[in-house]
Ligand binder design. Structure first.
Ligand code: GDP
Ligand code: MN
Length: 335
């Protein structure tokens, strides 16, 4: 059952011209937040920005997901921050546990080894489940099944500029399947055998790989090796039906069988991005340059002053990640 803080007309500030936004076409879309109870206050901060900069004008519903039960305090405080409907879901065990074919001793050994080498999140078991869930399952959760588009939101992120249009509608109108703000190179130690797995998949499922795909974004040598480029998936606006499609399902199951989510530390960002690279076309992917966004330690700040004027941004364009060393956005521009 959704929690709703019903909109009370007496609370409206007469200076807020809410009528501006009441006649808009709404998309069948949802804000999706995978989060822990312990991150409540970091999440409220992100939601506050997200609401003020955008969603208070649209009231798209939220789905919060967790492998544990959400606390009452968590539900009350997040619901109080928005006029939109809020839904709280528990992740079923099969979406957050070891598949039968995984050797858990081997997984634990690999975590120890990665931790001793100082690989980021190398020793963290829950991080593996999180990445596998975001790669293969969030779009199948029963609370997300009714929806077609999603916007992923995380605790502690910031939105720097007003967003005065509906990115969901933009996605739908332009038949887009994926939108990003930051792209960068992955740590190779987290995915040593991922690209071999991808090449195996391409050989096994050539029917899933269209010719004019985005391979150029993820490989500099026509598929021989991975260039480590990926869209930073803590921000995503996407088409849920892309992840539910047969090509992606076959892709995820192929990867899942190989066990790299546990024996290595395959992230949902490279997995999603490689899938977009394999199955999508350039015209289906959008760089949301106008959305100023921060997730530790990087930010996208629109370099053009026009966005700062219309969007009242409060970020420093000099801190923009787009064109620095580890960014893949220059590569995006070349293709
Ligand atoms: P990072 O962005 O790679 O540093 O990883 P985060 O710690 O931000 O995790 C990514 C997302 O998954 C965030 O929205 C977290 O709140 C969420 N998350 C990470 N680990 C867990 C977990 O064990 N349980 C739950 N429920 N959420 C998690
Ligand atoms: Mn994060």
């Amino acid at each position: 059952e959704p929690r709703t803080r019903f909109f009370n007309k007496e609370w409206i500030n007469p200076n807020d011209d809410l009528t501006l936004f009441t006649n808009v076409t709404r998309v069948n879309a949802v804000v999706v937040v995978l989060v822990r109870n312990t991150e409540l206050y970091q999440l409220l901060e992100a939601m506050r920005d997200f609401e003020d900069r955008w969603n208070k004008k649209y009231n798209y519903p939220y789905v919060f997901l967790n492998e544990l039960d959400f606390m009452e305090e968590f539900k009350n405080k997040t619901s109080a921050l928005t006029n939109a409907k809020t839904y709280y879901g528990k992740i079923p065990a099969h979406m957050w546990s070891y598949p039968s074919w995984i050797n858990q001793t081997k997984a634990a050994e690999s975590r120890n080894e990665m931790a001793s080498k100082g690989v980021i999140y190398g020793g963290v078991e829950s991080y593996r489940h999180m990445c596998r869930f975001n790669s293969g399952f969030f779009f199948q959760h029963e609370l997300l099944l009714p929806f077609d588009y999603y916007w992923r939101l995380e605790p502690s992120v910031k939105f720097f500029c007003d967003i005065d249009y509906d990115p969901f509608l933009f996605m739908q109108k332009n038949k887009l399947i994926y939108g990003f703000t930051i792209s960068l190179k992955e740590y190779e130690e987290t995915i040593p055998t991922l690209w071999n797995a991808v090449k195996q998949f391409i050989k096994e499922y050539p029917q899933h790989i269209p010719e004019n795909n985005l391979m150029k974004f993820i490989s500099n040598d026509n598929g021989e090796t991975y260039n480590l480029c990926h869209f930073w998936s803590n921000f995503e606006i996407g088409d849920l039906n892309f992840w539910r499609s047969k090509p992606y399902q076959d892709f995820f199951n192929h990867l899942d069988k190989l066990g790299g989510f546990f024996y290595e530390r395959w992230g949902d960002a490279p997995v999603h991005s490689i899938a977009v690279g394999l199955f999508a076309q350039k015209s289906q992917v959008h760089f949301f340059n106008d959305i100023g966004y921060y997730h530790l330690p990087f930010q996208h700040c629109p370099p053009e002053s026009e966005y700062h004027n219309t969007g009242r941004c409060h970020c420093d364009p000099k801190e923009n990640f787009d064109m620095i060393l580890h960014s893949c956005t220059p590569k995006w521009f070349t293709i």
